[in-house]
Design a protein around this ligand. Structure first.
Ligand code: SAM
Length: 351
């Protein structure tokens, strides 16, 4: 039964594709509860009750792509486009450092203005000013040579969600010019270059099925990323998927628990999207096996312009406010925000 499979996953961190399918299709509320408590045990064993934080800097909302689900897609004429200057990015880092962040995540659309030269220039400046911090980039698909340049300039981590491990589903979510094989190639290159790599997917994205989700879990098991970002799909009113249903809280929490069991030392964020579909989404995420939070460090003036989906939280707050709110929420569940780069811990010997 499903309980036995969950127990097996807890002990061995490995299942067949069809076992994942069975778990996803047949689990009951009680088995969801079991997964959650096993995941919690696993998280505490590896990371205790501390939660890592990363300061997220959304530095451009220009994008050359047209992902069907995404609010900042190229053809969305409603978006007021912006770019942060190097100075603005550095002052976000300064504020972030003061607030206790030791990882900065530079995320943005695929914006051709930010050539490799400009990215390397900005990253080198952050590297020099904050030698004790980790730098994460999340700017989409680039050539292997570009990735190498970023790595040499001091970038430690790269986030590129795979979005779905099923090729046909990938094609349903993206326009023709984007390809699943290319996405997979990028992830492989990033890993070979030496980045700590994050992949991930949306829960409840249009076209997602038990079969595609089982493939996502199996992919994580095989690829062994350092991080995995998952959050519910949330419709954005100006996109092709405006009328689709959002992913659910319960499904997202269950998947977080499964991911924790698949890779005990995985860096697993409770995402902003999870906090958007439920007021307590991020706390519940932490209680289901997540161990990372990525509050927004972008200047307040640009927050309302980086809307991947509708009703995004924290768009009206100062960085310090977002951080203070999270601190309170974490305290309420007995978790604690750490001042730490937050690298993945080594796997325990017994595993
Ligand atoms: N452009 C870079 C990339 O594609 O990797 C980084 C930014 S991209 C906007 C970050 C992530 O936002 C995507 O990987 C996607 O999973 C997520 N996202 C986009 N639209 C979303 C939506 N409507 N609901 C939930 N997540 C969404």
């Amino acid at each position: 039964g499903v309980s036995e499979l969950l127990q097996l996953l807890f002990e061995k961190h490995h299942l067949s594709l069809s076992s994942y399918e069975k778990i996803l299709r047949e689990r009951t509320k009680e088995e969801e509860e079991l997964a959650r408590s096993l995941a919690r045990e696993c998280t505490e064993k590896h990371y205790g009750r501390g939660v890592y934080t990363r300061g997220l800097i959304e530095f451009t909302n220009f994008c050359k792509n047209n992902c069907h689900y995404c609010g900042i897609q190229r053809d969305n004429g409603e978006v007021e486009r912006y770019r942060l200057s190097k100075e603005e990015i550095l002052s976000c880092c300064e504020e972030g450092y003061r607030l206790g962040f030791r990882t900065f995540v530079m995320q943005g659309g695929e914006d051709p203005y930010f050539t490799d030269e400009r990215i390397v220039d900005i990253v080198s400046a952050i590297r020099k000013a904050y030698p004790d911090c980790a730098i994460t980039l999340s700017i989409g698909e680039k050539s292997g040579e570009s990735y190498e340049k970023y790595f040499k300039a001091g970038v430690n981590r790269y986030l590129l969600r795979h979005e779905t491990a099923d090729e046909a589903h990938y094609q349903y979510l993206h326009p023709k010019e984007l390809s699943w094989k290319k996405r997979m190639r990028c992830l492989k290159e990033l890993k070979e270059i030496g980045f700590q790599v994050g992949c991930g997917f949306m829960v409840g994205s249009p076209g997602q099925t038990v079969k595609t989700l089982a493939k996502d879990l199996y992919f994580i098991q095989e690829f062994q990323p350092d991080m995995c970002g998952i959050g519910p799909f949330i419709p954005q009113h100006a996109t092709k998927f405006a009328k689709e249903k959002a992913g659910s809280l319960g499904e997202t929490l269950f998947l977080l628990a499964l991911l924790r069991l698949i890779k005990p030392n995985l860096l697993l964020p409770a995402t902003t999207a999870l906090g958007t579909i439920d007021e307590h989404g991020r706390e519940l995420g932490i209680l289901s096996g997540a161990n990372v939070l990525m509050p927004n460090l972008s200047p307040k003036e640009v927050r309302k312009k980086y809307l991947l989906y509708d009703n995004k939280i924290c768009t009206g707050d100062e960085s310090a406010q977002c951080k203070a709110d999270l601190e309170k929420k974490m305290k309420a569940i007995g978790a604690e925000l750490l001042v730490d780069r937050g690298d993945a811990r080594k796997e325990k010997e017994s595993e």
